[in-house]
Design a protein around this ligand. Structure first.
Ligand code: GRF
Length: 203
């Protein structure tokens, strides 16, 4: 049976689009069965609708995190998802949610973790003056941007880069590695040794 993917977003949804395109091209290893947003006006919701994927909006405002996340969990369980992909989802997930989908939540982050976790990672890297930054796909655990790393791609920082030009090149790398990592996970080719993800066959 085809593997089922749920995607959580809060905004633009360009990584969601990369996943949609890979699914269409048959290289994602599964189908996106639902896209959930905590922001009603997230442009990513339109991308999902254009692709004929069911969308769900759940407003987080005024709700306790645990209560909200139980609601999210119910939506994802209802859609029988095998993997939860965070794609610009701008909220921390509660421990209960992470435990419910243990080892089955994955995120893309715009730096070479563990450098520059958190918000505005591209600007953090640029201001620090690093010569190489990049993109990371990692499993999500209970801490911020700290779970086992599935794939990374390095991006050179050029002398004439601005945070914006750097972010744009990192985003291209995100779009390359996120669908690949999802496929590796769904094909069961990632084995975790402590916190090292060992990929069988060629990534
Ligand atoms: C990406 O840079 C991703 O790494 C970060 O949030 C941004 C989301 O962009 N977690 P998009 O919504 O996928 O275009």
């Amino acid at each position: 049976m085809a593997k089922r993917i749920g995607v959580l977003i809060s905004g633009r949804g360009s990584n969601l689009q990369a996943l949609i395109d890979a699914a269409r091209g048959g290289t994602l290893g599964g189908d996106i069965v639902v896209v959930v947003s905590n922001v009603e006006t997230a442009p990513g919701l339109d991308r999902a609708r254009s692709a004929g994927i069911p969308t769900v909006f759940r407003d987080h405002r005024g709700r306790h995190r645990e209560d909200y996340d139980r609601d999210l969990e119910a939506v994802l369980v209802e859609h029988q998802v095998d993997l939860v992909c965070l794609a610009g989802y701008m909220r921390l997930l509660s421990p209960g949610f992470i435990q419910a989908f243990a080892g089955r939540v994955v995120n893309v982050h715009p730096s070479l973790l563990p450098a520059f976790p958190g918000l505005d990672a591209q600007r953090q890297a640029w201001s620090h003056g690093v010569k190489v930054s990049g993109a990371t796909v990692h499993l999500v655990d209970e801490a911020l941007d700290s779970g086992p790393i599935v794939l990374q791609e390095a991006v050179r920082v050029e002398d004439d880069d601005t945070p914006e030009t750097l972010a744009a090149r990192i985003l291209e790398a995100e779009h390359r590695i996120y669908p690949k990592a999802v496929r590796l996970l769904l094909e069961g080719r990632c084995h975790i040794d402590d916190r090292r993800v060992i990929v069988s066959g060629n990534a």
